[in-house]
Design a protein around this ligand. Structure first.
Ligand SMILES: CC(=O)N[C@H]1[C@@H](OP(=O)(O)O)O[C@H](CO)[C@@H](O)[C@@H]1O
Ligand SMILES: [Mg+2]
Length: 618
């Protein structure tokens, strides 16, 4: 019989790693490995090896692997690991994933696999189990086949759940690991997920009925068929829950996330163009793997109104906060809200000043929010983009079920809270579960979306993506709200921000793209735009020269440009120097005892630029 090492090498040979060139490495980032799908086959195979190691390390508990690229275009895909309680992979192991995935040969892969086992004291003959699912991307088939090869090569038991939303896989991982224990999370099946949500939805409504229809845009992703399935479990007559699913075409992969879905709505700040929005109708959008949710409606007079993650967060915090008070648990349970720097300042004010709840700001990425929310008895966390959930501590869940009610009102509050404990996905943000939560709250409050929108007024804001030479130069502090480097950039931002009322702006490197993001918020829309436009150029590299630029053919313009020395000025500006600091250190002729002669550098670069232009015009 072949040894595991030989099996790994033989299977790995079928899934060769594609080099990224320039010594670039694959990295396990905020959302696992995510990129063009044709780069991911070997990566997914290797993630399978790591998942099996992780299961063996954790005494044979089941580990999950999800193949999805969420709201990205259809040509992308991604792969990420889910820990036994349905949480995201422990941060220390992200490093191991990166090391294993970048092995340069099949032999080196087997060697790193064995070294990890030795270093982490993993018994490779112990049992291991992995379950996995994928979104609707056609590339998912090939990737899960590579994953299965890795699991077979390492004698790992596995279950292929085929098409799932990301939160469904998280549910299944936790349900599998808690099956038959007092902490059982639900039946270990997709149907078990629907049964749990539908039952808790009816219970949480407490006899109330949902008012009006709801249109759900499913981004042409996996949320479409899964929501349709869930609806079969919810009695319409009893709940009044009438849903119209739109953008649910999963047969044409090219339409996935195209001009629809939660990311489109949030970033474009408008409703999907198709189907044509019906004024006044309550609508929401999920993203491609159904873990983000954004509500909105189109008002015949005032136009598009969006209710994003910050709104869902404040709505949930206010509703649950009131219930906790009515249940007589206010002094026993700590409620808190967790946001990122992208949360609208008006939502933060509303939560702290009106709801009187503490708000903690963490770096971007739900794993950071989730971790901090676990520190509360009721931890509400959402990213502005609509990804989030509400976590209940075990003390809170047991109080909801065991506290002796002193009045019918107290009993009602306790029963509603207990139902919410089952309705809200405790593992990860779940658009379908969050949508049911919002519907329950609106029904309890007898609110329309416009009532909800009136709780506070969003500060106008603008998010700009800036291409930079090297995003790793950007280091931040204070939950990403201030730049530490490039040195001096933060002072420039502060100086600009001071000129505006109620303004705030920050810049950080994206964790998912090779770019920086600049966020600006101010009292009026035009000021927010202006602020973003004044901050963003401080980071952007000069536009690349292209001989086909029309103005290059225009002698007058070119002459004017050189006369004005506009570009020279730009190259002498402090911000331009800062973003080029890594380039200059590669050109030692400008360095004397570690000091850069900026003027000489700028003059030389200007000459190169100027004469380059003349050459191109010849
Ligand atoms: C401004 C913004 O929306 N950033 C998103 C985006 O992260 P970046 O690090 O900004 O690229 O993708 C993350 C993963 O989906 C998500 O958690 C986060 O909220
Ligand atoms: Mg998603």
């Amino acid at each position: 019989m072949a040894s595991i090492d030989e099996n790994i090498k033989a299977a790995s040979a079928k899934h060769p790693l594609v080099s990224l060139g320039d010594g670039k490495q694959y990295t396990y980032g905020t959302a696992g490995f995510r990129m063009k799908a044709d780069l991911l086959e070997a990566v997914t195979f290797r993630v399978g090896l790591l998942a099996s190691l992780r299961s063996r390390k954790l005494g044979g508990q089941t580990i999950g692997v999800m193949v999805t690229a969420s709201h990205n275009p259809a040509a992308d895909n991604g792969v990420k690991i889910v820990d036994p309680m349905g949480d995201m992979l422990e941060q220390d192991w992200e490093r191991h994933a990166t090391t294993l995935v970048n092995a340069s040969s099949d032999d080196e892969l087997a060697a790193i696999y064995n070294k990890l086992a030795v270093d982490l004291k993993i018994d490779l003959s112990a049992p291991a189990k992995v379950i996995y699912g994928r979104d609707t991307r056609p590339s998912g088939h090939k990737l899960v086949a590579a994953l299965a090869d890795a699991l077979q090569a390492t004698n790992t038991e596995f279950v292929d759940y085929k098409l799932l939303t990301t939160p469904q896989l998280h549910y299944l991982v936790r349900a599998t690991n808690t099956e038959g224990t007092p902490l059982s999370y639900g039946k270990v099946s997709e149907a078990g997920y629907y049964e749990k949500l539908a039952e808790a939805f009816v219970r949480a409504l407490r006899g109330r009925r949902v008012q009006g229809n709801l249109i759900v845009d499913c981004a042409n992703g996996v949320g479409g068929p899964k929501l349709a399935e869930l609806l079969k479990y919810i009695p319409k007559d009893k709940t009044g829950f009438h849903v119209k699913i739109v953008n649910d075409d999963v047969l044409r992969p090219e339409v996935l996330n195209l001009d629809c879905g939660a990311d489109f709505v949030k970033t474009k700040q408008r409703a999907p163009p198709s189907p044509k929005p019906v004024p006044g109708v309550r609508s929401c959008s999920l993203d491609g793997d159904a873990d983000r949710l954004i509500y909105y409606y189109v008002d015949a007079e005032t136009g598009f109104v969006m209710l994003d993650g910050d709104r869902i967060s404040s709505l949930a915090a206010s509703f649950i906060g009131d219930l906790v008070e009515s249940a007589g648990l206010k002094d026993e349970l700590r409620i808190g809200v967790v946001q990122t720097a992208y949360a609208n300042g008006a939502s933060t004010n509303y939560i702290t000043q009106h709801l009187k709840l503490p708000v903690i700001c963490t770096p971007t990425g739900v794993k950071h929010l989730h971790h901090v929310a676990q520190g509360f008895d009721v931890g509400v966390y959402f990213e502005a983009n609509g990804h989030g959930t509400v976590l209940f501590s075990s003390d809170a869940l047991s109080a909801f079920k065991t506290k002796e009610p002193q009045s019918p009102a107290q009993k009602d509050a306790l029963d509603t809270l207990a139902a919410l404990g089952d309705l809200i996905n405790q593992t990860v943000g779940d658009a379908i579960s969050d949508m049911l939560l919002v519907e329950v709250i609106l029904a309890h409050k007898n609110w329309t979306l416009s009532d909800w929108a009136m709780t506070y007024t969003d500060l106008p804001n603008r998010l700009v993506r800036v291409e930079v030479g090297n995003k790793d130069l950007f280091r931040t502090t204070d939950a990403e709200r201030r730049l530490l480097s490039p040195v001096g950039c933060q002072d420039e931002i502060d100086e600009v921000v001071r000129k505006y009322k109620d303004a705030r702006a920050f810049a950080r490197a994206s964790g998912t793209e090779n770019a920086c993001r600049v966020y600006a918020e101010a009292a009026t829309r035009s000021e927010a735009n202006e602020l973003a436009e004044r901050v963003a150029p401080a980071f952007s590299a000069p536009p690349p020269l292209s001989p086909s630029d029309p103005w290059l053919q225009d002698w007058d313009h070119l002459f004017w440009l050189i006369e004005e020395d506009e570009e020279r000025e730009r190259r002498l500006s402090p911000s331009y120097r800062r973003i080029n600091v890594d380039r200059i250190y590669k050109e030692p002729k400008y360095l004397t005892n570690g000091e850069v002669d900026w003027d000489e550098w700028a003059e030389d670069k200007w000459d190169e630029y100027k004469w380059g232009k003349w050459d191109e015009c010849d």
